[in-house]
Design a protein around this ligand. Structure first.
Ligand code: UDP
Ligand code: MN
Length: 584
């Protein structure tokens, strides 16, 4: 009987196990199918597992649920973002304080790792309440190459000190092959205090910040990755406002507002204050610009402190869902070192169905360096030989994403056409696969403010050197400085300062500057006027270079200066011609 019972019970137990396993298996399959079938679904988290995640709400006069408590007043150098006082020896160019890292080491080392900062957020920000059930944790990824240890570590401490711990998975430091001794063992020992919350990844080769960030994202554990530069201090309650919009819609990339930290005295100051909001745009040479948001965008929001749409961003600091970033193919891995990567990601996000929001209630301070980490003398030799890496990057982005609009880049920067940009077939295939929209759609629906400041460019009539006619010609020369009076100097072809473009509407330009005359009628370069692509210049067939509004002509004098004088085609000092450069 006992045996019989046993014989009878055993199979029933196995059946149960089999049924449960099968159900679990089906659930897993179903879940992954659902996930695959809606890679970009908005609200993917909002309604996750049928559970409702609370909304972000504004409660006038009721202090926000993530607002920090009042702390006792602190005293010390740099507290509350006040400038650090330095002795004359500590600020001297070439002194030990400034020569090594691109910002003042003595100032930084006087300041506490836990200093208080000014609250630079708009007033409303204190009254926003964020979901307490955000189903997302962030990995903060910091790429660094030979960065000053104290600023790198203050970045880390500010993140640890000012992030709710349940929303912070980890801080991932990715060393892009630094060679400074201070960033070796000492750094490893220092971060032991964080007990695994701060990890360090070393790269055996210098990859540049773009591939280094991707490497950090691939190797982090959080649902969201937040990138910071290695010289930042995050603001009060910076994290929930960046995560909440992503929790609601995983194809959202969020960008904090950047405050300035002074490279010499570490003073913290907001770049923007008050209710006016600014967004990231670009001019046709792909230089990064910012502009006040339009009424069209502002009117989409009840509160001025709500996140708003921006065509692009400065590049260094933002949050993105890790899985979504992966679906977008991370960054284009052919981008080198620094520059243009923000356009690649912004265009990709917008054109492929996502959105990019600037978040007024999340502020992060950033030190603008005195010396760039991409200066040729700090670049690996194999890359210096490639010529301008930023141009290479811009060209990859333009060729992949900008469709017919790329021609404006080539009008603004004709030499770009000669830049070898390598293979972009993978990028093009991704654009196909994700069925991304056209650049025209992006310009008309998202980046419509660009053309207000930087209208579509008319073609160039001439591009090259503007030379005097005759033997031993001299050339218009910007001298490299800015703002600057124009001069003539011996023509030297390649090298930049002597290349000008004269467009079909009479604008004479060099890079983002245009040639004007000052109140004394002397020629000078200044920023091209916003919203204008026309100008007064005409190179006549008799070689006079005429300012049509004034009815005067450009003349060089013995001091190599350029002035407007009454037109006279018999004076050789007034005769000019273009030596055209024809990029392929
Ligand atoms: N960086 C890097 N590898 C590079 C160049 C830069 O890891 O080849 C790091 C750098 O240390 C910094 C971040 O990338 O943490 C952004 O660089 P940087 O601050 O020079 O850029 P900027 O703020 O001037 O645009
Ligand atoms: Mn930086």
């Amino acid at each position: 009987m006992i045996h019989g019972t046993r014989n009878y019970r055993l199979p029933k137990f196995y059946v149960k196990v089999i049924v449960i396993t099968a159900v679990l298996f089906l659930l897993v399959v179903l879940q992954s199918l659902l996930k695959d079938s809606q890679p970009f679904s908005r609200n993917a988290f909002y309604q996750r597992n049928g559970e409702h995640i609370s909304e972000t709400v504004f409660k006038d006069g009721v202090l926000g649920n993530f607002e920090p408590e009042e702390k006792p007043k602190k005293e010390g150098p740099g507290e509350y973002g006040i400038a650090v006082q330095l002795g004359p020896d500590e600020v001297k160019q070439g002194s030990d304080c400034v020569k090594e890292w691109g910002f003042n080491q003595c100032a930084s080392e006087k300041i506490s790792m836990h200093r208080e900062i000014p609250d630079t957020r708009p007033l409303e920000c204190k009254y926003w309440h964020y979901p307490t059930d955000l189903p997302l944790k962030a990995s903060v990824v910091i790429a660094f190459h030979n960065e000053m240890p104290s600023t790198l570590l203050r970045t880390v401490h500010s993140v640890i000190d000012r992030s709710p711990q349940h929303l912070l998975e980890e801080v991932v430091l990715v060393d892009d092959n630094s060679d400074r001794e201070q960033l070796k063992k000492e750094l490893e020992t220092y971060i032991e205090q964080f007990k695994g919350k701060v990890r360090l990844i070393r790269q055996a080769e210098r990859e540049g910040l773009i591939r280094t960030r991707t490497n950090g994202a691939k190797n982090s554990k959080g649902d969201v990755v937040i990138f910071l530069d290695a010289h930042c201090e995050v603001g009060y309650n910076w994290l929930p406002p960046l995560l909440a919009p992503i929790a609601k819609d995983r194809s959202t990339m969020t960008v904090p507002i950047i405050d300035g930290i002074d490279a010499d005295n570490f003073k913290i100051e907001p770049v923007y204050q008050g209710k006016k909001m600014f967004a990231g745009i670009f001019e046709w040479g792909l230089l990064y610009k910012e502009t006040e948001i339009s009424e069209r965008e502002a009117s989409r929001h009840e509160h001025y402190s709500e996140p708003y749409r921006s065509p692009t961003h400065a590049g260094g600091l933002f949050a993105i869902h890790r899985g979504y970033f992966e679906e977008l193919g991370w960054y284009d891995e052919g981008l080198e070192i620094w520059g243009g990567e923000q356009y690649e990601l912004s265009f990709k996000v917008w054109q492929c169905g996502g959105q990019l929001l600037w978040v007024p209630c999340s502020h992060v301070g950033h030190i603008y360096k005195r010396r760039s980490s991409v200066h040729p003398d700090v670049l690996p030799e194999k890359l210096v030989k490639k010529g301008s890496l930023v141009h290479l990057n811009h060209r990859r982005v333009a060729e992949t994403w900008m469709d017919e609009y790329k021609e404006y880049l080539y009008i603004r920067e004709p030499l770009m056409k000669d830049v070898d940009y390598g293979d972009i077939s993978k990028q093009k295939a991704l654009r196909e696969k994700l069925k991304c929209k056209s650049f025209k759609w992006f310009m008309e629906n998202i980046a419509y403010d660009v053309v207000k400041d930087f209208p579509i460019l008319p073609p160039n009539k001439h591009f090259g050197e503007l030379r005097s006619v005759g033997d031993e010609p001299t050339c218009f020369d910007t001298g490299g400085g800015f703002p600057v009076k124009l001069k003539v100097s011996g023509c030297h072809g390649w090298g930049g300062n002597q290349f000008f473009r004269l467009n079909t509407k009479g604008q004479l330009g060099h890079g983002e500057r245009c040639v004007f005359v000052d109140h004394e009628n002397r020629l000078e370069t200044r920023d091209c006027p916003k919203g204008r692509v026309d100008g007064p210049w005409d190179l006549q067939s008799d070689h006079l270079f005429k300012h049509k509004d004034k009815g005067l002509c450009a003349e060089r004098n013995k001091k190599s200066e350029l002035w407007l004088k009454p037109c006279d085609a018999s004076k050789k000092e007034q005769l000019w011609e273009f030596k055209e450069i024809h990029p392929s």
